[in-house]
Design a protein around this ligand. Structure first.
Ligand SMILES: C[S@@+](CC[C@H](N)C(=O)[O-])C[C@H]1O[C@@H](n2cnc3c(N)ncnc32)[C@H](O)[C@@H]1O
Length: 310
């Protein structure tokens, strides 16, 4: 029986737990090998071809849709592709928290969601801030290649490029990628698509250099029966739905839900006896992207721990 959940192997799936981190970024591939990224790889036809045809290059794909990731994993497994990894992550977080500055040779994005209505334009991925972020992760001279079926979206991206550090080459191209969405538009009668090749060769103003990290705290005293956790709401919202304390192990676990940037993350924070005093840290095995929200959640737990003995 064919199952939609048959991913073949999880070898190519990256969930970031259990990775070695180097200067604030996960070490997914050996440093020094050429690295390329596909944004929104869908059902994986393109990243599969890239991996098979370029064995000396490493590939990372960012995609949000779980069922498409499963289909892609299956393809990569069936073709024995060893140089490609896929992640379930929003591309904006992928570029910010997974890819080190100046580490990427090429970025590919085929048929990104165009959000054609004007009132939805804020959802379009290639906003100036995202373009500057991608620019900062590319090597000098590296490229971001976008192909879209919508002239309106191609024109809009072109308008966003000022001061992002890219120069642009635009062309009309045929259907040459064989992806699910390209075939869909082709079957609907579209023969020409819009290609934008953005080269990272212009000066630009990057944000302050940031080494992402989540702080671990320690303190002298803690009363597990008097822990009162209070969340916050606003651009960063943190809530604490659960807290458990194991008196035998002298360790507690706090569940935090963090929402920010239209994204949500679950975080488990451990409060445990240390050689001296108490330690407050992300629980082992928790996936923590070092976002403002994750930092805020850690800070709130620590403040509550300190408050418990006041
Ligand atoms: C129109 S489909 C194109 C898929 C594939 N590239 C193709 O040509 O068949 C756009 C894909 O991008 C993914 N996507 C949209 N926004 C994303 C984001 N911010 N980060 C990662 N993936 C995203 C969607 O889940 C979807 O699979």
């Amino acid at each position: 029986m064919k199952s939609n959940y048959n991913y073949g192997s999880l070898a190519a799936f990256v969930d970031l737990t259990g990775f070695q981190w180097l200067n604030g970024y996960p070490r997914i591939f050996p440093v020094g090998s050429p690295l390329e990224v596909e944004i929104g790889f869908g059902t994986g036809e393109y990243i599969l071809g890239l991996g098979v045809q370029n064995p000396a290059v490493n590939f990372i794909g960012f995609e949000q849709c779980p069922t498409r990731i499963i289909k892609t994993l299956r393809k990569l497994h069936q073709h024995g592709v060893a140089n490609s990894r896929v992640m379930r992550i929003d591309a904006a977080w992928g570029f910010r928290f997974v890819l080190a500055p100046g580490s990427v040779n090429r970025v590919h994005c085929l048929f990104p969601c165009p959000w054609p209505k004007k009132k939805h334009a804020k959802h379009r991925l290639f906003q100036p801030a995202f373009l500057r972020l991608v620019r900062s992760r590319l090597k000098e001279g590296g490229t971001l290649r976008i192909v879209t079926d919508q002239q309106l979206y191609a024109d809009w991206i072109e308008e966003q490029l000022a001061e992002t550090g890219f120069s642009l080459a635009r062309a009309a191209i045929g259907a040459v990628h064989g992806t699910k969405f390209e075939k869909k538009w082709q079957e609907g009668g579209q023969e020409q698509f819009h290609e934008l090749v953005l080269t990272a060769d212009q000066p630009y103003k990057s944000g302050p250099a940031e080494v992402p990290s989540v702080q671990t705290y320690s303190c002298d005293d803690f009363d597990p029966d008097r822990l009162v956790l209070e969340g916050v709401s606003g651009p960063v919202t943190v809530s604490f739905p659960e807290y458990l304390f194991d008196t035998k192990r002298n360790a507690g676990m706090v569940h935090a839900i963090v929402s920010e940037d239209q994204r949500m993350m679950h975080l488990w924070v451990v409060i445990e006896r240390a050689a001296r005093g108490w330690r407050v840290a992300p629980a082992e095995g928790t996936l923590v992207l070092p976002t403002e929200g994750a930092r805020k959640a850690m800070e709130l737990v620590f403040q509550a721990v300190e408050q418990s003995v006041k």
